[in-house]
Design a binder for this molecule. Sequence first.
Ligand code: NAD
Length: 467
Amino acid sequence: MPTRQSRRAPGTPGGRFAVLDPATGEAFDEAPDQRPDELDAVVGRAHEAWRGWRADPAARATALRLAADAVAAAEDELAPLLTREQGKPLAESSAEIARTAARLRYFAELDPGIQPIADGRPVDSEIRWRSLGPVAAIVPWNFPLQLAAAKFAPALAAGNTMVLKPSPFTPLATRLLGAVLSAALPEGVLTIVTGREPLGARLASHPDIRHVTFTGSIPTGRAVARGAADSLARVTLELGGNDAAILLEDVAVERIADRLFWAAFRNCGQVCMAVKRVYAPARLCSDVVEALAQRAKSTVVGAGLDPATQLGPVNNADQLERVERCTDRALADGARAAAGGHRLDGPGFFFAPTILADVPPDSPVVTQEQFGPVLPVLPYGSLDEAVEAANGTGFGLGGSVWGTDLDEAEAVACRMECGTVWINHHAELSLAQPFAGSKQSGVGVAGGPWGLYGNLRPFVVHRPREA
Ligand code: NAD
């Protein structure tokens, strides 16, 4: 297969926009601000590339394996750039790049197969699978590369071609990733476009796009679904979460405290599946607050490129304001900051890791997704009360139960209305599992074979046993 894209992403006739380093708050580079009307040509090239790409599954699998190797080999280039624009510690960027390569490897080996229909009739009917055509992906800024790969790996493995738009807060590592992948993928199979709105809106509503796969907030997800309605493109939405962790009466607080803390604070809390609310038995609540607050106070906050840093900045100024607003409101409503509770002085978008106690249950920091380094801990009286509170939002992405009696923990886990529930853990995902939020946290299923089939269309051949 020819590989004609140059490693340096081309400039565009449009303008450029600044990309900020969240550790300093200063612009350090810029990216092309592509205009929505450029998408016709981009989607046209993706359509042309689809003819060759869909034709040969074995060549596709080989190309995806090579792509995975190319990504792994480029870690030293990709990781610092990802940290620079996203803010996360360098080791986490490296881990994200490893997960990006792993997605390519996983989907390279998946084959949709042919399924016989066994319904007792005297015909040999079979379900076969076809690719969809050019598809679109729109990605947020918290895990730009890993979430991009979660979309392009199954789409490309299925034989589709893709136009992918990263967030304007994190366009650079994705552009570099596109250049790295161009060593393994034919031109037009995966095209990265960057720009500010309405570029994403136009991509979601483009008449020649056959599937829009979106990860981001619930309000934008609604806009994407509305945009795709005219062309009746398939829509997969991976949206916000407000995951609850329920601690049981027999929980060993010190034993789980590190894991629980990092389940909430990894990537500065900017994880769709972070623990965003803790429900603790009333008699243990102050122990839990104290254990988490100790860890918050001893966490090293700083620039992601500093090897000592455990927690980087919030990604952008809007997000920092949102986190601050939610925290201030909780404090004004009577909550107590057992740790943090404020921005950090100096340049950059830093917020002190915050543990909130005595939070009113209807405070926005509990009922909404604040998406930052802030964790409310709420007491409960009975387990029924805890499960009702955990399920009492419009979100349903993930959840967890923490305790010593695993049977009891599993029984509680099965009562939580969300796509994935962990016991004594949170947000550890397998590539082979379905990823599907309940309620307003998502539409459609990604991950594992479901992610592959989500990028395919079934067709059935009915064949008689005799002519
Ligand atoms: P966002 O919804 O603001 O933006 C997501 C993407 O959509 C960006 O690329 C943005 O430029 C683009 N966009 C903005 N307006 C658009 C429009 N009208 N039409 C099409 N595209 C548009 O989200 P964000 O702030 O970048 O990311 C944080 C959100 O993402 C949180 O809610 C988080 O929970 C969610 N998220 C969900 C998952 C998941 O798998 N469920 C994973 C990561 C993040």
